[in-house]
Design a protein around this ligand. Structure first.
Ligand code: ZN
Length: 58
């Protein structure tokens, strides 16, 4: 009888820009308006920052 530990599935979250699923631990995150946004990497994070800046201009 073997007792193999069941590997816990990493929590996956979707990048807000490209919607790619990434492990939460590997994500870039930013807090804005009391909400935490998640991104797959710095590229998507910077894209989001630009969008935020544009939104505020209107
Ligand atoms: Zn992304």
């Amino acid at each position: 009888m073997t007792n193999k530990p069941v590997p816990k599935e990493p929590e996956l979250i979707a990048c807000e820009i490209c919607l790619k699923e990434i492990p939460a631990s590997a994500s870039q995150s930013a807090e804005a308006h009391d909400y935490v946004h998640h991104f797959c990497g710095i590229d998507c994070y910077q894209q989001w920052q630009q969008q935020q800046a544009q939104d505020q201009e209107d």
